[in-house]
Design a protein around this ligand. Sequence first.
Ligand SMILES: Nc1ncnc2c1ncn2[C@@H]1O[C@H](COP(=O)(O)OP(=O)(O)OP(=O)(O)O)[C@@H](O)[C@H]1O
Length: 610
Amino acid sequence: MNTNNQPIINQSWLITQVKQHKRKLIAANLIAIVATILSVPIPLLMPLMVDEVLLNHPSTGIEVMDHILPTSLHTPAGYIGLAFGLIILMRTGSQLLNILQSRQFTLVSKTITYQIRSKMIDKLGLISIQQYETRGSGSINAHLVTDIETIDKFIGSTLSKFAISFLTVLGTAVVLLWLDWRLGLFILLVNPLVIYFSRKLGSKVKHLKQKENQSFERFQNRLVEVLDGIYQLRAANKESIYLQELKQQANHIRNDADQFAWQSEAAGRLSFLLFLLGFELFRVVAMLMVVFSDLTIGQIFAVFGYLWFMLGPVQELLAVQFSWYSAKAALQRINSLLQMEEEYRPISTTNPFVSSASVDVELHNVDFAYNLDQKVLRQLTLTIPAGKKVALVGASGSGKSTLIQLLIGVYRAQSGTISFNHTDCEKIGFEIIRDQIAVVLQNPVLFNDTLRQNLTLGSKHDDNALWYALNLAQLDDVINQLSDGLDTQIGRQGVRLSGGQRQRLSIARMLLTDPKFVILDEATSALDTATESRLHRAMSTFLAGRTTLIVAHRLSAIKQADLIYVLEDGQVTQTGTHGELLNQQGLYQALYGTSNIERGQSNPATEIQF
Ligand SMILES: Nc1ncnc2c1ncn2[C@@H]1O[C@H](COP(=O)(O)OP(=O)(O)OP(=O)(O)O)[C@@H](O)[C@H]1O
C-alpha cells in the first residue's frame, strides 16, 4: 500500500520500465540516427546541381559522379538523373527506417501502457469499497480508458517523433555550421529561444486540460448512473430530465475542451510564428551573405532547402509540450487512482478453519460508523453458534446489512472484536474468512454472460454439479425450458431473468461453493411464498450443520431459525427462538405477534413484511 502519497507512476518508475526495453530503444535510436543521416544530406545535392552543373563550375561533386556514371552520361542530364536517383533512394531508405524505428517505439510504448493498465487493474482489487462508493465507476472507467489512451498516444507517437525531429534539427544545424558557421550558430540560437517562449505560452493553457478532464469525469460518472437506471427513469417518466442534465454536462465538456483546444492551438501557432519570424530573418541574413560574403547561389538553395526541411520537425518538437500537458494531467489522475485508500488486509497468521468442520462467530462490543458523526452499530455483542441457523431482524436501517459488511471484512469495525472459531478475524485474514463464507444478496450481481458462467463465476464444476445446485435452488425447470440451457446468455445484469429467478441463480451459485458459513441477506425476498417454502425445504439438508445467518423481513424466512436476534438502532435488544420472542414484550412481538397468529395458522409460509 502506498502510504506516503508519492505518485506511483513517476519518473523513476518510467525510467525503470524504459530500462527493461533498453535494447529495443537503443535499436530504435540507432535506426533514427541512420534515417537522419540518410535524409539530412539531401538538400546538399542542391549546391552541387546549381553551382557545378547549372552554373557550370565543376568541382568535387562532378568528379565523384564521373566515377559512377559511364562516359556517355557525363552530361547535365546524366548528372541530374543520377542526383534524382540518389534522392529517391535516400528518401525511400529514410522513410523505411522511420517506419522501422516507430515500430520499435510502439512495441515499447504499448508494453509500458499495458503495464500501467495492469497496475491499475491490480489496484482495483485492493481499493476499499468506501472509495468505490465515493468515486463512482464512471471516473474509474475514465482513468482506465481515456487517461491511459492519452499516455499511450504521448509515449507512442510523440516520443517516437521526438527522437527523429530532434536529430533532424540537430543534423541540420551541424550541416549549416559546416556550410557557414554563422548561419549554423544562428539556427542553433533561434531554436532554444522559440522553445523557451513556447513553454511560457504553454504554461498558460495547461490548467485548461485539467478542467476538461474534470468535466469529462463528471459526465462519465453521471452517464453510467443514468444508463444503469434507465429502466426506472423511463418508468417514472423522468428520463428526459436526466438526459437533459447529461446534455448540460456534455455542454460543459464542449466549453472546457474548446477552451483547451483553441488556446493550446493558438499557443502552438504563436510559437511557430516566432520560429517563422526567425526563419524569415535567417533568409534575409543568408541572402545578404551571398551579396557581402562568399556564399554561393547553390549554397543558398541548400540553406533554404534546409529551412524547409526543419519546419516539420520544429513543429513536432513544439507540439510535444502540449501533448505532454495532456499526458501529465492523465498521469496525475492515474496516480490519484493508484493512491486511493486500500482495503485493510491484515496478514494471516492462523487458520482456525483447517481443523474444524463448522464455523462459529462472535461479535464483542463492536462499534461502527460509516461517517464519524453517526454510529450504525453500537457496542454490538452477539454469537452465531457453529452449525446453527441464526436470524437477524430489525427495522430498516437498523444495521443488519452493515453487520454483514463487517463479517466479510468489506468495512472494518472502529472498536470491538469479531472472532471466527474463537480467533480474531484480523489474525485469520479476510481472504481465508471469505473462502468459508458465501453471501447471497437481495440483488445479486449478474454478468452479461451465460448462465453457466454466472453460476460458476469462473470456477470449474461439471454439469451434474450445476444441475444439482439448480435443482436445490428450484431453478432447474426454468433452465430446462431455455433452448440453450446452461449456455443461455442472460443479458446485462441478468435482464432476461425475473427478480426471483436471479435470486435463485444466486442461491445455486452459493450452493456450488460449498461454504461452511452461509449468509442470506434478503436472499428470497422476490420469491412467491410457495416457491420460497419449496426452496427452504430443499435447502434444509444442505444447510444442516452449516452455520447460517439469515437477514430477512419475512416471517417465513425467520421462523425456521434456531436463534433470532432483534436489532434496534445498532444494538441487540432481544434474543430467542420465534416462540420465545413472541411471548416477550418488545419489537418482535409488535412486528410479528398478531399477524402471525392471524395468518400463520393457515399457511406455514406466511409472508409478513415490515
Ligand atoms: N455505504 C454506506 N455509507 C454510508 N452510510 C450507510 C452506508 N450503508 C448504509 N448506511 C447507513 O447505515 C445505516 C444502516 O444501514 P443498513 O443497510 O445496515 O440497514 P439494514 O438494517 O440492513 O436496512 P434494510 O433492512 O433496509 O436493508 C442506515 O442509516 C444507512 O443510511
